[in-house]
Design a protein around this ligand. Structure first.
Ligand SMILES: C[S@@+](CC[C@H](N)C(=O)[O-])C[C@H]1O[C@@H](n2cnc3c(N)ncnc32)[C@H](O)[C@@H]1O
Length: 230
C-alpha cells in the first residue's frame, strides 16, 4: 500500500536479515508490531506472519483489501469539502471507509493530511489499485498497540517504528518506552528495529543513505537496522 514511511524501497537490504533470523528459528512466528502499509511483511517468506498496527482504520482497510477488494474499487473519491467533513466526523462511517479516505486522496498518502485528489486527479484510484494488487494473503492482521502484543519466546519481531524526528502518524509515540520494551522483548526473541538512531545499547547491523522526499529536515538521512546488544 502506498504509505508514508514505507520500507518497500529498503526491503532488498533489510529482508535478508529477517529471513536469516527466521531460518535460525524455523518454528517462530514472524511479527510486525508496526505493520503500516504491509510493505515489508508482504515480502517475507514464512509460514506465520502477524501484522499489528494501532490505527484501527488502517487495519480495517487492509482486512477489506484481503477479503473483498472489489468493494474498494466501487468507492468514489469524496470532494474536498466532504473530505474535510469526514476528517472531523469519522464516527458514523465504517472503519475501512475512513481508512480509505484517510490515506488514498492525501498528500503522500499521509493519514488525513492535505487533500490532493483535486490537485493530482487519479491519485485516489491509483492508490486503491496499488493496494488491491498487493498480495496480503495469509497475513494475520490485528489492531492493537505494540505494548499489548503478548511477548512470547523464540519469535522474530521486526519493528518499523515512527521515526523519532518525524511524526507522520500523529500518535505521539513515546520512544523511551519503546526502547525499554525492545530491550525486554530481545531477551527471548530476535528483535530487529528500523530507525535513524537508537540508544547506544543497540547495534547497527545494516545501513543505507536515503533522500526522503517529504521533509527537508530529514534529507540525506541514513536508514539503519538495529539489534539489541546483550
Ligand atoms: C513507519 S510506519 C510502518 C510502515 C511499514 N513498515 C510499511 O513499510 O508500510 C509505522 C507505523 O506504526 C504505527 N504506530 C504508531 N504508534 C503505534 C503504536 N503505539 N503501536 C502500534 N503501531 C503504532 C503507525 O500507525 C504506522 O502505521
Amino acid at each position: 500500500m502506498r504509505y508514508v514511511g514505507t520500507k518497500r524501497k529498503l526491503a532488498k537490504g533489510i529482508l535478508p536479515y529477517i529471513q536469516k533470523a527466521l531460518a535460525a528459528l524455523p518454528n517462530a512466528k514472524y511479527i510486525e508490531p508496526f505493520v503500516g502499509g504491509c510493505n515489508m511483511i508482504d515480502q517475507v517468506k514464512h509460514h506465520t506472519r502477524i501484522g499489528c498496527d494501532a490505527n484501527p482504520h488502517l487495519i480495517a482497510l487492509l482486512k477489506t483489501a484481503q477479503s473483498n477488494p472489489e468493494k474498494l474499487l466501487e468507492v468514489e473519491c469524496l470532494s474536498r469539502q466532504a473530505y474535510k467533513y469526514l476528517k472531523s466526523n469519522k464516527e458514523p462511517y465504517l472503519d475501512w471507509y475512513v481508512g480509505l479516505m484517510g490515506f488514498m486522496p492525501t498528500f503522500n498518502n499521509q493519514w488525513f493530511h492535505s487533500f490532493h485528489e483535486d490537485l493530482k486527479p487519479g491519485r485516489f484510484s491509483a492508490s486503491i489499485r496499488s493496494l488491491i494488487n498487493q498480495d496480503l494473503s495469509g497475513i494475520k492482521l490485528i489492531n492493537c498497540d505494540y505494548q499489548k502484543i503478548p511477548i512470547e519466546k523464540r519469535n522474530v519481531i521486526y519493528c518499523d517504528i515512527p521515526y523519532r524526528i518525524e511524526d507522520y502518524y500523529k500518535m505521539l509515540f513515546n520512544h523511551d518506552e519503546f526502547y525499554e520494551w525492545a530491550r525486554f522483548a530481545s531477551k527471548d526473541n530476535i528483535v530487529l528495529i528500523s530507525e535513524y538512531e537508537m540508544p547506544e545499547d543497540f547495534t547497527c547491523i545494516w545501513q543505507k543513505v536515503v533522500k526522503p522526499r517529504i521533509n527537508a529536515i530529514a534529507r540525506n538521512k541514513v536508514e539503519k537496522l538495529f539489534i539489541y546488544k546483550h
